[in-house]
Write a protein that binds this ligand. Structure first.
Ligand SMILES: Nc1ncnc2c1ncn2[C@@H]1O[C@H](COP(=O)(O)OP(=O)(O)OP(=O)(O)O)[C@@H](O)[C@H]1O
Ligand SMILES: [Mg+2]
Length: 389
């Protein structure tokens, strides 16, 4: 950190900030918070604790009900909001790149608004693309459709950096990515930040992510700061059970391969009732880009099978119900199956595994994504334990 006097200049400072929405919801409650210049601070806390609201007040997408916020020493309520937003980078989870603009044009939105010359803008775009490991000659003219999810998110980050703002706000920017891409982007952000030294306010609900990327962590609860400090401060002396439940003590990192498989069961993306026509189900599967769907009796909750895309297609052309397309051989029994069984089955064929209980009652599915998350979580906790000892 760069020795700015706290509260007098630099960074982002909240003083007694309250935000009450028109319906009476108290989203942020007399919040005092100081984010020093050049730091990367994560705001973390349960859903609804006010993270997004806090962030949006910094670029005046929401106005505080009372209190003051300064950015780089300036009271933001005295700034023109549009001009303020151009000075602050903003990245959200579902970044919306303009679909009809190229990568280069997307990145240059703010520089264009600021009236940069074409030459300066182009040089900046190329510099940013290279920094993010995307060769400019290859990516400059691509359209967003021609990018992977991780690449789109990267372009979103570059767009926020384009005009070289001092402050960047990020609201769960990597939340929608798979665990592997997420970790890659987190690492990239950390190495970018080493050189750029922006003031970054990063909202997340993933403590692992917060620990990996930030200098300081602010745990929010009901619109107020519950605890604040470095990851180590918080880990060494969590203030209370609420904080404890947020740090390292997660269930996932302590699991073993012999643990019951149902511990990572999730809701399937969708289900079908047995009497639905294969044609309707097919449409749903295609819309969602899925190769299988669980068929469950809505009354008894009994699992009847998993319908596979090819079979559903054939059943649809024959005018049959979805039941013609099901497959029943691949499933796990709760209480019996372990995580190892699930991993072996997924390694064999990478489609969700249905998990059933007594009387074939459907409990949910195990996906390779859930298993990958678990693996990443375990690796990470192993690494962190290693670091500490
Ligand atoms: N426009 C709005 N009008 C009324 N209430 C709102 C509005 N936006 C948010 N809220 C409420 O304010 C509270 C804080 O919301 P906020 O979006 O800041 O939470 P969050 O910490 O970002 O949650 P999440 O982790 O789910 O994104 C919640 O109770 C939410 O329902
Ligand atoms: Mg939010």
């Amino acid at each position: 950190m760069n020795g700015d006097l706290p509260g007098t200049q630099g960074g982002v400072v909240f003083k007694e900030v309250t935000k009450t929405y028109p319906d009476g919801t108290n989203a942020v409650d007399r919040l005092d918070l100081e984010i020093r210049s050049g730091g990367l601070v994560s705001l973390i806390g349960p859903s609804g604790c006010g993270k997004t609201t806090t962030l949006k007040m910094i670029n005046r997408l929401e106005e505080p009900t009372s209190g003051t916020i300064t950015v780089e020493g300036e009271d933001i309520l005295l700034c023109d909001p549009v001009e303020l937003r151009r000075r602050i980078g903003y990245v959200v989870q579902e970044i919306s790149l303009f679909p009809h603009l190229t990568v280069a044009e997307n990145i240059s939105v703010v520089p264009s608004l600021l009236g940069w010359s074409a030459k300066k803008t182009r040089a900046r775009v190329d510099e940013l693309l290279s920094m993010a490991g995307l060769p400019p000659e290859k990516y400059r003219f691509r359209l967003p459709d021609q990018l992977s999810g991780g690449q789109k998110q990267r372009i979103g980050v570059l767009r926020a950096l384009a005009s070289d703002p001092k402050v960047i706000l990020m609201d769960e920017p990597f939340g929608a990515l798979d665990p592997i891409s997420r970790e890659v982007l987190q690492n990239e952000l950390v190495s970018l930040q080493k050189n750029l030294k922006k003031t970054i306010v990063f909202v997340t609900h993933d403590m692992g992510e917060a620990i990996r990327i930030s200098d300081r962590i602010v745990i929010l609860r009901k619109g107020r700061v519950e605890q604040e400090g470095t990851a180590e401060d918080i880990r060494n002396s969590p203030k209370n059970d609420f904080v404890r439940s947020f740090i390292g003590e997660d269930r996932l990192s302590r699991m073993s391969p012999d643990d019951p498989a149902e511990s990572i069961v999730e809701e399937p993306w969708g289900m079908s009732a047995p009497w639905e026509s294969a044609a309707d189900v097919l449409e749903r599967m295609e819309e969602n880009d899925r190769e299988f769907i669980q068929v469950v009796d809505p009354k008894s909750g009994q699992w009847l099978g998993m319908a596979l895309l090819g079979r559903v297609r054939r059943a649809a052309s024959a005018g049959e119900t979805v039941m013609k397309g099901i497959y029943r051989e691949r499933k796990l029994y709760a209480g019996d199956a372990t995580l190892r069984d699930a991993a072996e089955m997924l390694a064999d064929r990478d489609i969700s595994i249905p998990v059933v209980g007594e009387d074939e009652r459907f409990l949910g599915v195990i996906t390779s994504a859930a298993l990958a998350r678990l693996a990443v979580e375990r690796l990470r906790s192993g690494r962190e334990e290693g670091k500490q000892s």
